[in-house]
Design a protein around this ligand. Structure first.
Ligand SMILES: Nc1ncnc2c1ncn2[C@@H]1O[C@H](COP(=O)(O)OP(=O)(O)OP(=O)(O)O)[C@@H](O)[C@H]1O
Length: 857
């Protein structure tokens, strides 16, 4: 599936082209469609959602097109959430849908989307009719794929707006979309920047994984999106862990929503076909247990969750080098979109594979036949646990899940699971099958400095992810054996951790045996020297470039004795794991405190008037100014030249001086700026603004900070207002243009219809009894749509029309050239006369034939 932004026109499969003899009169077809629509509306009206649930899609009051596509996609019977939600949604209710993972919620909202737009006679000119929002790109792509399948018999255009592609490309495509499947961030970007895309007509808003989209992470983005949507719309919210938070629902202005929770009475919140286990594994043994587990499960499909991108990378890179014996993949939010799509496709197709991933795949993804879900790092809450394990045992298939809990997490987290009705059994790892990989990891880190560096980052990001957890009953940072954990990653010591907030520093200071990493943390936090970064580590690429150099110097190695670990730590990162990773390193080093103060490139340094050549700064590229130490030890500049610039003297070398003197622009930049003056009635000049001394101003009762704030707010408001006016103008213009185009097309259609009817009356072929036949657009047009987001059907028709017109024009021109006003009969007579003039009396048979040919030709 191309993650293309370009809209695809449904139907997506070319149907059999109509034969000339089976041409169906357009007006008849239109009449039939109108009748069908009326009876469909009637059926929906009469349908009672509270009556016995419908088992088959064919028994639902839905269009022929949807029913046919569902059948072709092998969807015959409805799942329970579909039985309950679809009828209500068809009747126009707002819905809060909750059902276990893998129970078919996607169809429960996609079928109503297609049906409602169809019943409202939605055309490409009506703009965006339905907006489907998903928290991740992968899930949006999956929803889009299902939409393509079940919408293939309809003629709407649908598109993906998820980023990872050019904004311009998406912008252009957005104009043609009727159904938009998107991620929140990218959608908002378009709403802000693509001024002429209107959502004024929006009929349906769908939030898949609604609780996730409504939570803190997306709060502002979603609110801003909703502010751009009309209030009179239908809203459908779906999730396996649905929110009932009234404040959240109020944000979406739901109208008396129907709460459809099909498994609310069930004894478990997870699928009955899912077996769930947990193990208590000390943090330093986690990688050993994971490695041993994978070694013993080489022929299955496994999904392994870790809490940050760094961990995913580290575990993937090291396990790959340990040749574990099962194909390994890794997926996290810092990868390029094309790579993410590629890995998702690979894992979907794989029969045997192990995918290390962050929570980017925790929700909604429908990987077929996953045997095991392993959670190496404890999820932040029970809801996340439910979604993660929901990647297996989908749609009544079997599956297994295993959770690793650190001893300090066990009591707290099992309590949370119990409260959420998650049945889980404790198991112990078999000691005989456990293999320690610490030594191997140390070896790998020793050989490869970048791997070691990655391990350090993984360590820091794990510690941070624990420190920022809200559930302090489960996650107490002081209870993790961080030093041993660092050793288990193959690191020579626990890296220093900066920037963790919300940690009880005093408590940590009091602790005996406090890990070195946390000691550093406690001192840096209490001294307020942290870098200030905080927030969730999951899928974020934060981290700490710093090694534990200081602590190491004061640690195990003796002063003056350089151990192999010291060498390893001091060594620069040399080899390259991946270009992307190197970029990350560079990006990180950019944020170092040293860089914050360092001057990257300095040109000239103007010296104060009257002073000697002052601070000539060498340019890295040219090295114009050479400095040497004089006998008395003071700096002496060789070959100095001074230019006087309005009282300022500038010292430079002769070459640059020449250059500078020939460039007015460069000189102007160095000269003092001019001053703006105003002249009063007497002609005396005054500065444009007279500045009041701040203390004087304050004494007079002025509040500088408040006024600055007021000014900024006033300006912001003004810009927003102007922005809104601009948008409104753009929207109005677009609407006018659209209406004009619609009117023109309607007239053209009427004209064509008239011509078509005339044709029928004049002997054109009209076949009765082809009720089931739906004429399809040309296959060529569909191909273009599908392949590269090329022109739509509508545009193709427009092109054809233009071609026709051109042809006619050309014909007329030719006719004119041949002689104005001459009809064909006259022209023929003229030609015959000319032939007769040229040919003598025919004597032979050939002469006669030539004459006949000339006359007839
Ligand atoms: N009516 C149906 N008949 C047969 N299979 C179905 C039906 N509806 C959905 N499925 C299949 O069930 C699987 C799970 O569906 P879907 O992804 O919609 O679940 P979900 O409830 O959205 O899961 P999650 O909570 O994880 O997002 C998919 O493979 C889908 O093709």
């Amino acid at each position: 599936m191309p993650a293309a932004a370009a809209p695809v026109r449904l139907p997506l499969k070319p149907q059999q082209a109509p034969k000339a003899t089976k041409k169906l009169s357009k007006s008849l077809k239109r009449k039939r469609e109108a009748d069908e629509l009326n009876s469909l509306e009637q059926a929906v009206l009469e349908f009672d959602p509270s009556s016995a649930p419908v088992d088959l899609f064919s028994s639902l009051p839905i269009t022929r097109q949807t029913a046919k596509a569902l059948e072709k996609s092998h969807f015959k019977t409805l799942t329970s959430i579909q039985q309950r939600a679809i009828p209500l949604a068809l009747k126009g209710y707002d819905i809060l849908g909750a059902a276990k993972t893998g129970s078919g919620k996607t169809l429960a909202f996609l079928v109503p989307v297609l049906e409602i737009l169809y019943r409202r006679k939605w055309t490409p000119l009506d703009g965006v009719g339905a907006l489907i929002i998903s928290p991740t790109r992968e899930l949006a792509t999956q929803i889009f794929d299902v939409l393509r399948k079940i919408g293939r018999e309809h003629t709407f255009s649908a598109g993906l707006v998820i980023g990872g592609k050019g904004l311009k490309e998406e912008k252009e495509a957005l104009h043609r979309m009727n159904i938009v499947v998107c991620t929140p961030g990218r959608m908002l970007q378009h709403m802000d920047q693509t001024y002429d895309v209107s959502f004024d007509n929006l009929q349906l808003l769908v939030l898949d994984e609604a609780d996730r989209i409504l939570d803190m992470g997306f709060r502002k983005t979603l609110d801003a999106i909703v502010a751009n949507l009309p209030k009179s719309r239908q809203t459908l919210l779906f999730s396996a862990t649905q929110t009932k938070n009234v404040a959240d629902l109020a944000r979406l202005s739901l109208k008396d929503p129907e709460y459809v929770a099909v498994h609310e009475a069930a004894t478990t919140a997870t699928p009955a076909t899912l077996e769930q286990f947990y193990m208590t594994v000390p943090l330093p043994e986690k990688l050993d247990v994971l490695f041993s587990f994978l070694r013993n499960h080489l022929t299955v499909k496994i999904l392994v969750f870790l809490s940050s991108c760094k961990q995913v990378r580290y575990v993937y890179e090291t396990f790959r080098q340990l040749h574990i014996g099962i194909p390994l993949l890794h997926l996290h939010g810092k990868q390029k979109q094309s790579l993410r799509a590629d890995i998702t496709a690979k894992f979907t197709a794989a029969k045997t594979s192990c995918l290390f991933a962050t929570d980017v795949v925790a929700r909604g993804l429908d990987f077929p036949a996953v045997d095991w879900v392993i959670q190496v790092d404890c999820p932040e809450d029970a809801d996340t646990y439910i979604h993660r394990v929901g990647r297996t045992a989908r749609n009544d298939k079997t599956g297994r899940a295993l959770l690793f809990l650190c001893p300090s997490e066990e009591a707290g987290f099992t309590k949370r699971l119990e409260a959420k009705k998650v049945p889980i059994v404790r198991v112990n790892p078999k000691a005989s099958k456990k293999k320690e990989i610490k030594q191997q990891l140390q070896g790998l880190c020793f050989k490869d400095a970048e791997l070691k560096y990655l391990g350090q980052k993984a360590f820091v990001s794990y510690a941070r992810s624990i420190a920022v957890q809200k559930d302090k009953d489960t996650f107490d940072i002081t209870k993790y054996e961080l030093d041993d954990f660092a050793a288990s990653l193959g690191l020579p010591g626990a890296p220093r951790i900066r920037g963790i907030r919300n940690v009880d520093v005093e408590k940590m200071k009091e602790m005996k045996n406090l890990p070195r990493g946390l000691k550093a943390l406690s001192s840096s936090t209490s001294n307020k020297k942290g870098d200030g970064s905080s927030g969730s580590e999951s899928d974020s690429d934060e981290g700490d470039n710093e090694t534990a150099e200081k602590s190491r110097n004061t640690g195990k190695s003796q002063p003056g004795v350089v151990t192999k670990y010291d060498r390893m730590v001091n060594r620069e990162n040399q080899s390259v794991l991946a270009p992307h990773y190197r970029r990350l390193l560079n990006a990180d080093s950019d944020t170092d405190e040293e860089d914050f103060l360092a001057v990257k490139r300095v040109g000239f340094s103007p010296s104060p008037p009257g002073s000697r050549a002052a601070s000539p700064v060498p340019d890295a590229e040219n090295d114009e100014i050479v400095k040497a130490a004089s006998d008395d030890g003071a700096d002496k500049t060789i070959n100095p030249k001074t230019i006087d610039l309005g009282g300022k003297s500038l010292t430079i070398d002769s070459n640059r001086r020449e250059k500078l003197l020939t460039s007015k622009k460069a000189l102007a930049a160095l000269k003092p700026r001019g001053q703006k003056l105003i002249f009063d009635d007497d002609g005396s000049a005054k500065p444009l603004y007279t500045l009041v001394d701040e203390t004087e101003y304050k004494e007079a009762g002025g509040d500088v900070i408040r006024e600055r704030k007021q000014f900024v707010e006033m300006e912001k408001k003004r810009v927003e207002e102007e922005d809104e006016v601009d948008r409104e103008i753009a929207r109005r213009k677009k609407k006018e243009k659209m209406l004009k185009r619609k009117e023109r097309e309607r007239m053209e259609e009427e004209e064509m219809e008239r011509m078509g009817d005339d044709e029928g009356e004049d002997g054109g072929v009209e076949i009765e009894g082809l009720e089931d036949y739906v004429p399809a657009p040309d296959a060529d047009e569909i191909d273009m749509d599908q392949e590269d987001g090329g022109i739509g059907l509508e545009e193709a028709e427009e092109k054809d029309r233009r071609k026709e017109k051109k042809k006619e024009k050309k014909k007329r021109k030719e006719k004119k050239e041949r002689g104005d006003g001459e009809d064909d009969g006259e022209r023929r007579k003229k030609k015959r006369r000319k032939v007769l003039e040229q040919v003598d009396e025919p004597e032979t048979l050939e002469d006669l034939e030539a004459l006949a040919a000339g006359l007839l030709g």
